[in-house]
Design a binder for this molecule. Sequence first.
Ligand code: SIN
Ligand code: FE2
Length: 220
Amino acid sequence: MQPTADLFAADDAARAPAIEALAPGAIVWRGGAASCSADLLADLQQVLGAAPFRHLVTPGGFRMSVAMTNCGALGWVSDTRGYRYDAIDPDSDRAWPAMPPSFVDLAARAAAQAGYPGFRPDACLVNRYEPGARLSLHQDRNERDFRAPIVSVSLGLPAVFLFGGGQRSDPTTRVLLRHGDVAIWGGPSRLRYHGVLALKDGEHAATGRCRINLTFRCAA
Ligand code: SIN
Ligand code: FE2
């Protein structure tokens, strides 16, 4: 007979939500989005109808392996001119789709769990990782005000999240983020370097052969 903890670990949807400390001002809310994940993914389909995934180009001219889109008043974009937030989707020349209420609600509840009440994101970057896609170590620093945290929701296939320090060369902690997990970093951890290792191939009942990440920010 397996211990109960292992039985729960095998099924991401069945885990009871739990808070794990990551660093000062940073936590992982394990399973925090599990109970609303079907709503999030259904609402994401509406967003994708208006603003499909695309592979952005870095200022250095490299095509990113992660496919991205946005919803909310502002969207994060990258091209050969640099990284920035823009109210207009460069692919459609229209405003980004509105942030679904299910997104806003989860983001606010997650931030409150981490000690950041009153979080009202104006930007949600949506990342799609297919097998092999990765995100190299970076800081989220295009936002105007660093007082608000970053709230990051993982859906679908698991990925290894790297959480580092204030310098790129600082040691990193490896955190396996699974379907329904929410990572929140703010306060003294707001500018920590972070990234995602190359996604392992697999199939997830909720998303198929990919991982979806929603990152909520106060950008303006
Ligand atoms: C990001 O840093 O914007 C995304 C992090 C993740 O995919 O977990
Ligand atoms: Fe980031």
